[in-house]
Ligand binder design. Structure first.
Ligand code: ZN
Length: 330
């Protein structure tokens, strides 16, 4: 699974430009015995299970946060805006890569006080000598993502875009292990544009009209040095069963079922209340007259930075929990 995670996280897929990451996911799905389709916005949907059973939508977003060029000056420096929740403090000195492989590093103008730091103080330097040389490889509107090869020590891995390529890897692994006969009809959706407002999840859910929705995504943790911030979730203590975040209050029936399945199968789990942040369940549960929804979260440190960290035990336990959940009658 680690090779797959490496290929996914080192791929390119900022919200709105998911072509490369989707091609990679399609390649993986092709190896399995399931039918799939891509919808108008670019969501990839794989179908499995019993057509007469309850319809369950399992969604993991394939897009990642990124940057987009807004202006190129005479000296060839690129000004940019954010795609999704980019954190300003992680930018200076960070390397970025464009879709055609062009690399750059982020520089910053001098500022008087920390509070003056804003996106308009940063620029990308691709080493171009002037505007024309820059325009040979990038243009206005060109998207970029962090450039960060995956590294591993024991069970812990560091990479960019574990949010949410680790969720995509979990879905693929569950698809691989899914028995041919299960009671439910399951749609595995690899969604687009989650990072800019849960957009792909909304159209997928509208089209499929599921009875239940489960988002698989990362969540923040409270086990790093942050004196003023308390959160229950820790790295390595199992997948988190979401109770609430800013986008959704999970349906008690779904939360209860997830807890039951974890306990019956001796899968470690944690309960998650995420004070700031959302996931595709936020869009799914508001479809038509409502969809009972929940979320399974993989604990992740430094979310939205170029160096996100997850524990592979949590990943494996997330696969087990989702698999057992889908094998059950709902
Ligand atoms: Zn996410």
């Amino acid at each position: 699974m680690i090779e797959l995670i490496e290929r996914l996280t080192e791929s390119f897929g900022p919200a709105g430009s998911e072509g490369k990451i989707r091609a990679l996911l399609c390649e993986e799905v092709e190896k399995l015995n399931h039918s799939y389709f891509v919808d108008t916005l670019g969501n990839l949907i794989v179908t499995a299970g019993n057509k007469n059973g309850k319809k369950i939508l399992v969604a993991a977003h394939m897009d990642e946060i990124g940057l987009m060029v807004t202006y190129i000056d005479e000296n060839g420096f690129l000004r940019f805006t954010n795609i999704g929740g980019v954190i300003k403090n992680t930018l200076l000195g960070t390397r970025v890569v464009f879709e055609n492989g062009t690399l750059g590093v982020i520089g910053q103008e001098k500022i008087k006080e920390a509070k003056d730091l804003d996106f308009n103080k940063f620029y990308i330097d691709i080493g171009a000598r002037d505007r024309n040389e820059a325009l040979e490889v990038v243009g206005i509107g060109s998207p970029a993502v962090f450039y960060a090869p995956l590294s591993r020590r024991g069970n812990r891995i560091i990479a960019k875009s574990l949010d949410n390529h680790i969720g995509c890897a979990v879905l693929l692994e569950v698809l691989k292990r899914l028995p041919s006969s299960i009671p439910n009809e399951v749609f595995f959706a690899f969604t687009v544009q989650e990072e800019v407002g849960l957009r792909g999840g909304r159209t997928v859910s509208y089209r499929l009209e599921p009875d239940y929705g489960i988002a698989v995504d990362v969540t923040r943790v409270g086990d790093t040095p942050e004196p003023d911030y308390k959160m229950e979730v820790s790295l390595g203590k199992g997948p988190a069963i979401k109770i609430k975040d800013s986008s959704v209050i999970c349906h008690p029936q779904v939360v209860q079922l997830m807890i039951e399945v974890a306990e019956t199968n001796n899968i470690p789990y944690q309960l998650e209340v995420l004070e700031k942040g959302g996931t595709d369940a936020g869009a799914i549960h508001l479809t038509k007259d409502g969809v009972r929804s929940g979320a399974l979260s993989i604990p992740c440190r430094y979310v939205h930075s170029p160096g996100e960290m997850v524990d592979l035990n949590d990943v494996e336990n997330s696969v087990s929990l989702l698999l057992e959940l889908l094998k059950k009658s709902w």
